[in-house]
Design a binder for this molecule. Sequence first.
Ligand code: FES
Length: 108
Amino acid sequence: MAKVTYISSSGASQTVDVEDGETVMRGAMENGIDGIIAECGGGLACATCHCYVDDAWADKTGTPTSQDERDMLEMTACEIKSTSRLSCQIDITEALDGLVVHLPEAQY
Ligand code: FES
């Protein structure tokens, strides 16, 4: 299990527990976090689960894990940054306990 903090574009912060084996996206959906839509349910087909990994965590989450993720990141509503990820592609492990992600202003 890992504590994950989601920070909205307005600066509102929510920290929740997310089980190992879930994703950052699932953690948001299961805990009613606004700002992640996840229209495709994690199928790498919507890009509405875009997030910016906090700089302090970027090394641990790593860069996009597949060409499909890189391709879908081209479809995000808000600008892409070097720390942009699709939250459905970030698997939770204990190593990510304390993870902080920032949510974009819009997902459409
Ligand atoms: S939930 Fe659709 S790409 Fe992540």
